[in-house]
Design a protein around this ligand. Structure first.
Ligand SMILES: [Zn+2]
Length: 604
């Protein structure tokens, strides 16, 4: 046999094996029971049976998605003169519906689980459901995304089942077959990366389906969860039911009639692949009711049951029991209603030394007096913010007038302003320090520059009638003047270098009536030739008045200059000529242009 022939046989064998495998999978899929025929009705019922009235502006008619009829007029809600968008109204068919004026359709997505018995296994089907309301109609479309077979433990799973989780389950993911252009399920991979999310569980056939499978323990809780309409990741509940502690916890909550707590526990938390339970505030390993709740007081636990409390209630009761505080029922109900958790309030209560009831009364009063439009939770945030600022400002929170100000809003805003002010001061100080460092750095680089400025001051400073010329004391002043006037003197080091080599000096031209405000920066050569003068953004304000003054100044300083200065100027000009020749020779046009411009500015 040739190599090619051997390869061809291998290919054929693999192809045959794949055809057999697909056939096995199809055989298993064919044994799944049909979906319940009332599934769509059940989905409507389960998801709240919401209906809407859409307003058609052109036809000026309302349509009801419940009765399917249209009406010219529907009843306006009490206290209003017309029906508004999102108002709850009653249709003539008697149904409470929500009015929609700004949209003509509503779409919602839900997830559905169906667990039904099959021959040798429990069949789980997971669907996406798309709910549609439009005009006078509502429709629901379901699309099955995942199938699972929970194998009965006393039987061998069929060929091609590929069971996982210690042989307990096979998972079939929907995929699209591009060759046959049809969609099917396969247990080999999840090519479309389908994720299983929380949804509702169809409430029939569950116990029978789980019977004898590796997830039998889940039968102690799932049927009840389905009946109470809990939205949960039922796949995770099944996987988790392998761990006896989690099932014990659910069953315990169920039998103890902690319905809301059970629902929240199922909806909010999850199971890891090892069957371990994550995220609950309850302790699934507790041996007694007190240990499960982590509350050492049976009566307090009974109170949670009696009011059908959820996790927030458990945490409040736990907290006040530990701290030995009183928590009147009225306060607890209010906290639940306003959705304020222990997490939200604990730090505030501690800082301001308040009991839950005192906190409630305080927030209610602030709402009435200065925060009518804010929600209690938002006022609580303001209060937290205020207390936090008090700490920053080192105010004494033991003083009740500080911890519980009569006018929270005013005091909050005052504290915010105070902090702003302090921040500005700190920022200014920081800038000063930075300036100091910068000055030291410049001195290190140009150690003679400031000495030269000092030496030249008597020769250069001059006061005219309207303007004056001053010589900066430090390089920082030059840098700051440059920054203030947004021009280049001070931004580059070459000015400082020129100063310390006596090639040119920098002077400031200021108006006599405002001598501290940067106005013009002048570069002058040692003999008194003005090299350049730059105002704001290299512009030249009042230049016609400035020019005569500069001439006057130049005449004056030329008188003061000695031979030595004139020689320095000659040398400076010679150096520049040389520099330009050199740059020309090296074809450095960029620097050349800059230098030429310096010369062009040398007017007056
Ligand atoms: Zn109706």
């Amino acid at each position: 046999m040739t190599e090619t022939e051997r390869m061809e046989i291998g290919r054929m064998k693999r192809r045959e094996a794949e055809v057999r495998r697909v056939q096995h999978v199809r055989d298993i899929l064919a044994t799944f029971p049909k979906e319940p025929n009332n599934l769509e009705d059940w989905i409507w019922k389960q998801t709240g049976q919401q209906d809407f009235a859409f307003y058609d502006k052109e036809k000026e008619r309302w349509s009801c998605t419940c009765c399917g009829k249209t009406y010219r007029k529907l009843m306006v809600p009490a206290g209003k003169n017309q029906i508004g968008h999102n108002d709850m109204i009653t249709c003539k068919c008697g149904r409470r519906i929500q009015a929609k004026k700004r949209t003509d359709k509503i779409q919602r997505f839900e997830r559905i689980y169906v667990i039904a018995p099959a021959e040798g296994f429990g069949a789980v089907r997971y669907y996406d459901a798309e709910l549609h309301w439009k005009g006078a109609e509502r429709t629901v479309g379901v699309r099955e995304k995942v199938r699972m077979a929970l194998w009965q433990q006393d039987r061998k799973p069929p060929v091609g089942a590929r069971p996982i989780n210690k042989g307990r389950i096979s998972i079939f993911w929907r995929y699209w077959n591009w060759f046959t252009d049809e969609s099917s399920f396969d247990n080999r991979s999840n090519p479309h990366q389908i994720r299983i999310c929380p949804g509702y569980l169809y409430d029939a056939g569950i116990e029978e389906a789980l019977n004898g499978t590796g997830y039998e323990a889940a039968a102690r809780v799932l049927p009840f969860m389905a009946k109470m309409g809990a939205r949960a990741d039922y796949n995770a509940v099944l996987i988790g039911s392998v761990n006896q502690y989690t099932v014990n916890l659910f069953e315990y909550l169920l039998k103890g009639r902690f319905y809301r707590l059970l629902k929240e526990t199922l909806e909010e938390h999850w199971w890891a692949d090892d069957g371990g339970y994550r995220g609950s505030i309850l302790n699934p390993y507790g041996q007694t009711i007190e240990e499960v709740f982590n509350i050492p007081d049976r009566q307090a636990i009974n109170r949670i049951r009696d009011m059908d409390g959820g996790e927030d209630t458990v945490e409040w009761i736990r907290m006040v029991t530990e701290a030995g505080l009183k928590l009147p029922q009225e306060t607890l109900l209010w906290l639940n209603r306003e959705k304020i958790s222990v997490d939200d309030a604990e730090a505030v209560m501690e800082e301001a030394n308040l009991s839950p009831t005192q906190l409630m009364n305080y927030l209610l009063r602030q709402k009435k007096e200065s925060y009518q439009k804010k929600k209690i939770s938002q006022i609580l945030e303001q209060y937290k913010d205020y207390l936090h600022m008090c700490e920053t400002l080192k105010k004494d929170l033991d003083d009740e007038l500080t911890a519980k100000p009569r006018e929270l809003k005013r005091r909050h805003d005052e504290a915010a302003a105070e902090i702003q002010k302090r921040r500005a001061i700190i920022e200014a100080q920081r800038n000063k320090e930075r300036a100091k460092q910068q000055a030291a750095e410049m001195r290190r680089k140009f150690p003679d520059c400031e000495k030269v400025l000092k030496e030249m001051r008597p020769k250069l400073e001059y006061k005219g009638e309207v303007y004056r010329i001053i010589v900066p004391k430090s390089m920082m002043e030059i840098a700051m003047e440059g920054a203030a006037l947004h021009h280049c003197a001070g931004a580059s080091d070459r000015y400082y270098d020129r100063i310390q080599r006596h090639e040119s000096y920098i002077c400031f031209l200021r108006a006599n009536d405002n001598p501290n405000a940067p106005f013009y920066t002048i570069e002058v050569l040692p003999g008194g030739t003005i090299q350049q003068h730059r105002g704001m953004y290299d512009e030249e304000p009042e230049i016609e008045k400035i020019k005569p003054f500069l001439r006057e100044w130049q005449q004056e300083i030329r008188k003061r200059m000695k031979k030595e200065d004139r020689e320095r100027e000659k040398e400076s000009l010679r150096l520049r000529e040389e520099n330009i020749r050199d740059l020309k020779a090296r074809n450095n046009t960029r620097v050349l242009e800059g230098l030429k411009q310096d010369f062009m500015a040398a007017v007056v």
